[in-house]
Design a binder for this molecule. Structure first.
Ligand code: XIL
Length: 319
């Protein structure tokens, strides 16, 4: 049977992909699915390219965890969405506990992007340049970047990314909670408009799509939120799709989950400029959901026994 990657290409997407974390790379059953091109023709490192691992001490770079994912995915011929250059989470202590001036932190940012972009030269279809910079009300998150540099840290990151990544790399802004038209998704649209006027490079907006059974946006809402950006000429992608269930799971919830997955994938397929869908892992035991949202889980397409769930078949039907 064709896999989700095969089906996605037939449906006009560039890819159907998954996040992969380093902690399961010794599980052969897992890796035989993760690095199977037919099932997934795109990979996102779930953690391996984040700042705390890549630059654990100032100007000391260690690509081990990134390479553990990037190398086998290159062997498999998969695309990569590289994740990420700038975020407020998973920063090394030397950075988050440092006492920085604006100039010093900007040079730390430039140096980080320069080294990581150069190391992964030609390896990334896209880079998530800035991750989760906005609050739900549309204001900017009060983090070390905003407090030290000011709101212009975002455009600096994009300019550095364009300067140091290989030609053609798609530069993305990536966030959650923007899968409806709301204060946050509209604030990001304003940023994109402003970037357009002033020549700040940006190619795409990633809708993370961490959804919850019973409260997820509809097909129509996901279409409308993408159009905030596609209408400005950008591409979109669903970058971290998962659909969590309040435990214990049951057949009704599993069926509802399948519908949410299917509508979400359909909302990308039907959007001309939506390039692909990435699930934030495909196997329940390694999902980030149970740790982050106690009482919730079973958010992935494969269950703990590596059996495909109804959601898998619902997605396949949409492609
Ligand atoms: C998560 C990883 O899956 C976890 O293993 C890690 O402990 C925390 O980060 N939004 C993002 C991702 O952009 O980087 C996050 O990944 C999930 C939320």
């Amino acid at each position: 049977a064709p896999g989700l990657g095969d089906l996605a290409k037939k449906a006009g997407l560039k890819y159907f992909g998954t996040a992969v974390d380093n902690v399961v790379l010794d599980n052969e059953k897992y890796t035989s699915i993760a690095f199977n091109y037919s099932e997934f023709n795109q990979i996102t490192p779930a953690n391996g390219q984040k700042w705390m691992y890549i630059e654990p001490s100032r100007n000391v770079f260690n690509y081990t965890l990134g390479d553990q994912i990037v190398d086998p995915s290159k062997d498999a011929g998969q695309l990569r969405r590289c994740h990420n250059f700038l975020w407020h989470n998973q920063l090394p202590d030397w950075l988050s506990h440092g006492n920085w001036t604006k100039t010093a932190l900007l040079s730390v940012l430039e140096n980080h992007i320069k080294h990581e972009a150069d190391y992964y030269w030609g390896d990334c279809y896209a880079w998530d340049v800035v991750n989760e910079a906005f609050n739900d009300d549309g204001t900017l998150r009060q983090d070390i970047w905003l407090q030290t540099i000011g709101p212009e840290y975002i455009e600096h990151a994009f300019r550095f990314a364009r300067k140091y990544t290989s030609p053609g790399t798609k530069l993305y802004y990536n966030d959650y909670g923007i899968e409806r038209v709301n204060n946050k998704s509209v604030a990001i649209q304003q940023m994109v408009k402003d970037f357009g006027k002033r020549g700040v490079p940006i190619d795409g907006v990633g809708l993370q799509a961490h959804f919850t059974v019973g409260r997820s946006p509809s097909y129509t809402e996901i279409r409308a939120s993408q159009q905030l950006y596609t209408g400005l000429g950008l591409e979109t992608a669903l970058t971290e799709l998962d659909v969590r269930i309040e435990l214990p799971d049951n057949a009704n919830k599993t069926a509802a989950q399948a519908t949410v997955y299917a509508e979400s994938v359909r909302a990308c397929v039907d959007e001309k400029r939506c390039v692909g869908v990435t699930v934030w892992d495909f196997w329940d035991p390694v999902s980030w959901v149970p740790d982050t949202f106690p009482g919730w889980g079973d958010a992935c397409l494969w269950d703990e026994g590596f059996v495909r769930k109804p959601a898998y078949y619902a997605v396949a039907d949409m492609l």
